[in-house]
Design a protein around this ligand. Structure first.
Ligand code: IMP
Ligand code: MG
Length: 183
């Protein structure tokens, strides 16, 4: 049975707080194994990835360096990305380092393509991508993440960092926004 949250404009809850927690612990264990000897720079893409990032970092049980980057994308609507612009750069020098980019959702893949190219030019040892949600029907397969929380259909979701016009980020779960809220 689908659980709604009328008060917060949510048609139904897609992933509960508990389901997210379990998945983040699994991803953290996987990343701990991969990065146990390399102290990677783990990059949060602000603001959407913020909750996923902090929860995930706490589940990576080996040394890491935390860093933050901010980009804005302009497009036809709040859902689709157009031109990507850098608002805040990293503080760390990533040359020769392992880098893990943490993103909230891959939609068209444009944001990640831009960021990957930007960071690759700095000659890191490796770049991998962890995304919470993958709208797998919306982008070419080669843009996909190395690690992902969940696959989602092409629908607009909010909560756990994800927004619509900067609203709904602090909902503790991920839910499908009522279409009348953005149509
Ligand atoms: P892309 O560049 O098309 O892959 O879009 C990625 C960005 O669009 C994400 O970082 C989000 O900020 C935003 N986005 C895409 N789909 C959704 C959604 O369903 N809910 C909230 N934000 C979304
Ligand atoms: Mg956003």
């Amino acid at each position: 049975m689908k659980i709604t949250d009328e008060k917060n404009d949510i048609e139904y809850i897609l992933f509960s707080e508990e389901e997210i927690k379990v998945r983040v612990i699994e991803l953290g264990a996987q990343l701990t194994e991969i990065y146990k000897n390399s102290a990677p720079v783990v990059v949060c893409i602000l603001k959407g990835a913020s909750f996923f990032y902090t929860d995930l970092c706490r589940q990576i049980k080996c040394p890491i360096h935390m860093d933050f980057i901010s980009v804005s994308s302009y497009g036809k609507s709040a859902q689709t990305s157009g031109v990507v612009r850098l608002l805040k750069d990293l503080d760390n020098n990533i040359t020769g380092r392992d880098v893990l980019i943490v993103e909230d959702v891959i939609d068209s893949g444009l944001t990640l393509k831009y960021l990957k190219e930007l960071l690759e030019a700095r000659k890191p040892k490796s770049i991998k991508i962890a995304c919470l949600l993958d709208k797998y029907q919306c982008h070419a397969p080669e843009i996909g993440a190395d690690f992902k929380g969940f696959d989602v259909e092409d629908q607009f979701v909010v909560g756990y960092g994800l927004d619509y016009a900067d609203n709904y980020r602090n909902l503790p779960y991920i839910g499908v926004l009522k279409p009348e809220c953005y149509e």
